[in-house]
Design a protein around this ligand. Sequence first.
Ligand code: DX5
Ligand code: ZN
Length: 220
Amino acid sequence: MAPIISPSILSADFATLGAEVAAIDAAGADFIHVDVMDGHFVPNLTIGPGVVKALRPHSAKPFDVHLMISPVDPYLKAFADAGANILSVHPEAGPHLHRTLQTIAGFGVTPGVVLNPGTPVAAIEPVLDLVGLVLVMTVNPGFGGQSFLESQLPKMEAVRRLIDATGRDIHLEVDGGVNPQTAQQCVNAGATALVAGTAVFKGGPSAYADNIAALKSAGS
Ligand code: DX5
Ligand code: ZN
């Protein structure tokens, strides 16, 4: 089955973000990936819930919101109210990962958990029953345009085995350095959803449909 494509708007033109979201929606995006950074948990600052709320009318596709902020708990409600459909958090972002995921589910939003390149799979095993998505980072979080870390492929395979053992339909998403070549490697390792910033937004709006199709077919 073709993978879900979740373009990261971190690589969009921030001066016309609403139009960019509408353009990737029309070009075949399945999800809209929103990278939220606080300049503290990761060394970059991006957007907050006000921007997510402003973007909401520009696409009916699920908003896949990746929270790279710490503390994260005080902001969950604001992102849920802003229209996030998936809220993904890093285990390192707060002292009580299980409680954080319960809180997200309590808002009627799908909880996701993220593995940094240096974080072992064991960090998420005790919370798998709570999540609808596991995100494996194939770069260190903070910036678009970094190179794919092939060292994370065995981790994807290990997460795939854990997900299969649950018998539940949990997305296995990959984020960082995804292009048509690395997309194939990720799907072979068990990924079902691919985040891509650079590979989707390169060439401007007239190229988005071809860029998304290239990722889909590389992975199918
Ligand atoms: C990195 C972000 C990614 C990033 C991906 O911290 O989580 O979503 O935007 O960008 P590319 O696809 O350019 O590596
Ligand atoms: Zn991301």
